[in-house]
Design a protein around this ligand. Structure first.
Ligand SMILES: CCCCCCc1ccc(Oc2ccc(Oc3cccc(O)n3)cc2)c(O)c1
Length: 257
């Protein structure tokens, strides 16, 4: 058993820039020899993603648009992937969104539209892409998504994103149950806070980084590379017995009261 992904193909959804966790995952998979397909949502990310992918010097990589709020975009994206590569061995789902004004202050300020938007993009999208990816994972495979402690217990300001992450984490388990018989595993990485473009949308982000450096068992914050390495484990055969699991890569912070 080993960590090599030579001859395998993975879809990485959600790279926005070089600080994205998705990019940390992509670099780990690339280093292990995987072929990568990237999807992004919104024209504004296309150039940034293509520039980043070019640095991998892998001309087999593909970059496709995929707005996960539209079923027809998911269908056409995976139809293109099927046409170009045929079989995939896994998918990294690094997609979430909530309106910024609902990511500070009181949770119950959220309205119906904001609640549904957060759940549509941050929770349902995993189920939607898993359904499409399953058809291409004819040799089995592994699906990994990203979650955060605020989905397990109250973290001030995380608010509706926490409620959506609770839904995402339950989805991981129900999808693991459905897909196990097809040889497909479904897991989540619960990452400690990392200064990404997304993190800019959450209120009082800086104070939580400081608290982690002072109190987390490892006395330091989480890095993109650490998350990438755990994702590599979850995509490799070394984790062949693991499914429906949430692995915390957070310097141990989640064990504290
Ligand atoms: C108060 C909690 C501090 C730690 C938050 C760690 C974290 C950082 C970023 C995370 O990912 C998102 C993704 C989208 C998101 O919604 C956004 C992001 C930017 C602008 C905007 O309008 N919405 C908020 C967080 C995430 O799920 C968790």
């Amino acid at each position: 058993m080993q960590l090599s992904l030579q001859g395998k193909t993975y879809v990485v959804m959600g790279v926005a820039n070089k600080r994205s966790i998705a990019w940390g995952i992509a670099r780990a998979l690339h280093a292990a020899g995987a072929r990568l397909i990237f999807t992004y949502a919104g024209e504004r990310f296309e150039n940034e993603v293509k520039k980043l992918v070019a640095t991998l010097e892998d001309d087999t990589a593909l970059v496709l648009p995929c707005d996960v709020t539209k079923d027809e975009e998911i269908a056409s994206c995976f139809a293109q992937i099927k046409e170009q590569v045929g079989v995939i061995h896994g998918l990294a789902h690094c997609i979430a969104f909530a309106n910024k004004e609902h990511l500070e202050g009181e949770y119950m300020n959220v309205d119906r539209e904001g609640f549904l938007l957060a759940h549509n993009i941050s929770a349902y999208s995993l189920t939607a892409v898993a359904k499409a990816a399953k058809e291409l994972m004819t040799e089995g495979g592994s699906i990994v998504t990203l979650t955060y402690l605020g989905g397990e217990r109250v973290v001030q300001n995380y608010n509706v994103m926490g409620v959506a992450k609770a839904s995402l984490e339950a989805s991981v388990k129900y999808l693991a149950n459905d897909l196990g018989k097809y040889g497909i595993r479904v897991n989540a990485i619960s990452a400690g806070p990392i200064r990404t473009l997304s993190a800019k949308g959450v209120g009082d982000f800086n104070s939580i980084l400081k608290e982690i450096e002072e109190r987390a068992p490892l006395r330091r914050t989480t890095t993109q590379e650490e998350v990438g390495d755990t994702a590599l484990f979850l995509f490799s055969d070394l984790s062949r017995g693991v499914t429906g699991e949430i692995i915390h890569v957070d310097s141990g912070y989640h064990i504290l009261a």
